[in-house]
Design a protein around this ligand. Sequence first.
Ligand code: ARG
Length: 458
Amino acid sequence: MKMWDGRFAKPSDRLMEEFNNSLPIDQRLAHEDIAGSIAWANALARIGVLSGDERDAIVTGLEKIRQRLAEGTIHFQPNDEDIHMAVERLLTEEIGTPAAKLHTGRSRNDQVATDFRLFVKNALTDLSGHVINLQRVLLARAESDAEIIVPGYTHLQQAQPVSLAHYWLSFFFLLGRELRRCENAIRTADLMPLGSGAVAGCGFQVDRQALATELGFAAVSDNSMDGVGARDFVLEALAAIASLGITLSRYAEDLIIWSSREFQFVELDDAWSTGSSMMPQKKNPDSLELIRGKSGRFLGNYTRFATTLKGVGLTYYKDLQEDKEPLLDSVHQMQMVLQVFSAVVQTLTVNCSSIEQRLDPFLLATDLADYLVRKNVPFRAAHKVIGRIVAYCIEKKVALNKMSVKDLQSFDAAFGEDVLAVFDWKTALAGRDVPGGTGPTSVARQIETARAQLAANR
Ligand code: ARG
């Protein structure tokens, strides 16, 4: 027996039933479905389609189902084709006749779009909270690691010295933009389709604005076909998560390299590493590798649903049922990824002496060129001079900062006694105190900005 089987002469094939069934996935929308149905019963009662008693019976019944769900005493049946049918069946068992009036003027098309928009809004709000928590951890690290100087890399070659705080803050600010992408996706989802019916709009004069207010939506959809057919909000949520996944993957990649024996810049806490079944000495940064690896999954989920959606005309086709699995998966995985990353960053130790040993004096080559520029040598000429000095150092196996003033003067007469001051890490950083630079004033200002951004997010 199906709720829609009036026009059918025989039941669906068993395989068709299994194929069509979405309950294993969409039962995660049970709470949204119940909330939507309670609001719908109220809306129908307001215009007299339901009597007060019928409304009360329906609302009490739905609340009972909500409570049983929380207790885990709900048993779904093979006949429950999706969460919407399951809730209606449970309501019928709970209260009898009045349940048959709940679906008046409503379609599963506007119902599922409403449920899923509610879900996406909540899920992205929750993820945003985890992003903000990671930002808090990064800011705390920046505050404590401001004095540590690390090589800044380009091409995985030591390029210029930077403060470790500057590095953590780069992560902080990028996450701020990821947050904005999540907020935009929330705004896109914040539109209520309920009252769109199957395609043409509800056949009863329900107060859609009151429905939106009750369900916490910012606005009511302007067009019923858009209301039931649009899934741009799903794509945008998947895209926001995929983008966040890529960002997290890139920083995971850095920390994986930094934790290697070759670098030894950081040591991951044992709680966030794993060992090898064969090699007793191994301690692997699996937490970070999984974060990097899952970025492919997030992109895959985006691609998967984008590919489905592009062929679906307006309005509702069953293809759209394929929207839930990728989004639920991305949300669930991203919840873990963000919590793991926060814990990894919070608990790792920075190996200052190892970093110091690996600071290559060539990191100061640009500062040496800038020194000549200050002595009125054109930058291109200065670049050439320093290039020759670097080649000389490599050939003679002399460290750049061990060159004497006389040695340097043999390359360019503009070098004076004051050049030795260039060979100091702190001086190098202090020389980059332009806004956004790695100098101490700039980093302090960045920390202030980061604090203000966090406070504004609260
Ligand atoms: N299970 C469906 C989904 O998730 C619900 C909507 C079904 N609507 C319909 N007309 N068959 O998309």
